[in-house]
Design a binder for this molecule. Structure first.
Ligand SMILES: [Zn+2]
Length: 317
């Protein structure tokens, strides 16, 4: 059995938000290409992401939000028949084309299916190479390229449908995971640890909304040598004390030095180190169970190399 699952689906490439948008289909090609050329792909248990059911979306989102996205999807289908423009904007950064709704369900479905497979013991851990990302998606609204919160849905699925009692979420994207915080602040079954550039989009996270949100704001131009001790001093003691039964990762790679969407200075070695810290906690308390899902990462070369580094640790390569 492969130790590490890799969940993805071609439908995730068909969602696109207009020419020049950084959250583009080529991101997934960059990851796939890198994993193929380095041989890492051979070591992974590759699986097709299923479509998430509505009941799964409703774990993290209001009925009103789900229905508003479905209404846009229906409108796009109608527009398609008339040959009109094929994008609708949900917020200034976030658009839908006629294929987007299916991609949304695949992205959430990947995280849910990965959770099922890991809890069933079919694999120790898993990575979801999906788009759109999810960590800015709030209970009531889409924002910042995100529509449904893939990681929050999967974490709640583990709690509600698999009977786990404590799960941790680790978010190392350059942006604060405000959507995950919106959905899970105050839920004592969840501990979220995050780091993000501050001050920076979405300009939140410095006043945590509840004790289960452990945020580490980091000034622009900080590198790994300063970030590693912050993780050791702030994240690790809380994770250790919490003893999660499973760990979810909002794996954004836009804190990479070469990524122009943020100004932090992480490199591949830092992603390796961070992943190893998470894995050590998972080994100790959670039977090694980790589900990691792609969030940001917009420099295609750096994204491919960083995901490779992350997966090499997850898969012991
Ligand atoms: Zn980001």
């Amino acid at each position: 059995m492969s130790k590490t699952g890799y969940f993805t689906h071609p439908d995730c490439r068909r969602h696109e938000m207009g020419r020049g948008h950084p959250e583009c289909p080529e991101r997934l090609d960059a990851i796939d290409d890198r994993l193929l050329v380095t041989g890492v792909a051979d070591a992974l248990d590759r699986r097709e992401a299923p479509l998430a059911g509505e009941s799964r979306l409703a774990l993290a989102h209001s009925r009103r939000h789900i229905e508003s996205i479905q209404a846009l999807a229906a409108e796009l289908q109608e527009m398609g028949k008339g040959g009109l423009s094929d994008h609708l904007y949900i917020d200034p950064d976030t658009a839908m084309n006629p294929h987007s709704y299916t991609a949304f369900l695949r992205a959430a479905g990947a995280a849910v299916a990965a959770t099922d497979a890991v809890i069933a013991g079919e694999m120790e851990n898993a990575f979801c190479a999906v788009r759109p990302p999810g960590h800015h998606a709030c209970r009531e609204r889409a924002m910042g390229f995100c529509v449904f919160n893939n990681v929050a849905i999967a974490a709640l699925h583990a709690l509600e449908n698999h009977g786990l009692k404590r799960v941790a979420i680790v978010d190392f994207d350059v942006h604060h995971g405000n959507g995950t915080e919106d959905i899970l602040a105050g839920d004592e079954r969840v501990l979220m640890v995050g780091l993000f550039q501050h001050p920076f989009y979405p300009y939140s996270g410095t006043n945590p909304r509840a004790d289960n949100m452990v945020n580490v704001p980091v000034p622009a131009y900080t590198k790994g040598d300063k970030i590693r001790p912050m993780i050791e001093d702030v994240w690790l003691p809380r994770l250790e004390e919490f003893k999660p039964e499973m760990i979810f990762i909002s794996a954004g790679f836009d804190a990479h030095r070469e990524d122009d969407l943020g100004q932090l200075g992480l490199v591949e070695d830092d992603y390796k180190w961070i992943t190893q810290q998470i894995k050590d906690v998972a080994k100790k308390h959670a039977k090694g169970r980790i589900v990691s899902s792609l969030e940001g990462g917009y420099n295609l070369g750096a994204l491919g190399r960083s995901v490779e580094a992350h997966l090499r640790v997850l898969a012991d390569l």
